[in-house]
Design a protein around this ligand. Sequence first.
Ligand SMILES: Cc1cc2nc3c(=O)[nH]c(=O)nc-3n(C[C@H](O)[C@H](O)[C@H](O)COP(=O)(O)O)c2cc1C
Length: 215
Amino acid sequence: MANVLLGATGSVAAVRVPALFDSLTAAGHSVKIVATTAATYFFDPTEFRASAVLVLDENEWPGREAGERYHRGDSVLHIELRKWADIFVIAPLDANTLAKLAVGLCDNCLTCVWRAWDVARPVVLAPAMNTLMWQHSFTRRHLRSIAADAGAGHIPAHLADDALIQQINDRSPTLRVVAPVSKQLACGDVGVGALAEVADVVNAIQFMLGRAQVA
Ligand SMILES: Cc1cc2nc3c(=O)[nH]c(=O)nc-3n(C[C@H](O)[C@H](O)[C@H](O)COP(=O)(O)O)c2cc1C
C-alpha cells in the first residue's frame, strides 16, 4: 500500500475531497491532504484536522502570526511531504493551479510540493472547471507543457480533447490526466469540466502505483 498525497484546489469539485479520502483509505493507502486556501471553502477542514492528515498553508509557517522565526534544523513541510509521498494526486485541479503547475509558480504549500517533486515518482491530475475555462486555449497549452516536462515530448496543439489526453497518458511515463466529464456543472452550465467520478480517479491512482511498482 502507498503513501498518497492528495492535493485539493479551489474547484467546487473539492466537495468530493472527503469521498476521495475515504476511497483511498478504504483501498489501504495512507493518505495526507494538502489543500489550498480556496479548496477549504468546499469541505469541512475540521473533519481532517482532528486526525492530522490535512496540511494547510499556515502549517508551512508555524507560529508566524505570533512572531516566531525559522530555526536552522526546523523541517520544511513541503519537502517532508514530497519525501513521504509515493504519488501526488491533484483532484480537483482548478484552472488557476493548473496554470501555476505549468509555469512553475510555487506560492503555496501544494505548488511548492509540485515544484520540489521527484519527477521519477507518479502524478495524477484530475482537472475540474467551468466548460469555457476547460475549452480555453490556456488549458491545453498548460497540459501540453506539463506533459512535455513529464517526458511526453512534443504533443501537437491541434488535437481534440480526448486525443490530447490520450496522447499525454500514452507518452508520459509518470503522468496521468483523468479527463473531466460532461454534465450540468455547479454553475448551471452544461458541458465538459466536471471532476471525473471518484472511482475513476482512484482507478487512475491504482494504475500509476502499479506501473511504478509501489506495493
Ligand atoms: C464557488 C466557486 C466555485 C469555483 N469553482 C471553480 C472550478 O470548478 N474550477 C476552477 O478552475 N475554478 C473555480 N473557482 C475559482 C477558483 O476558486 C479561483 O481561481 C481560486 O483563486 C483558485 O485558487 P487555488 O488554485 O489556489 O485553489 C471557483 C470559485 C468559486 C468562488
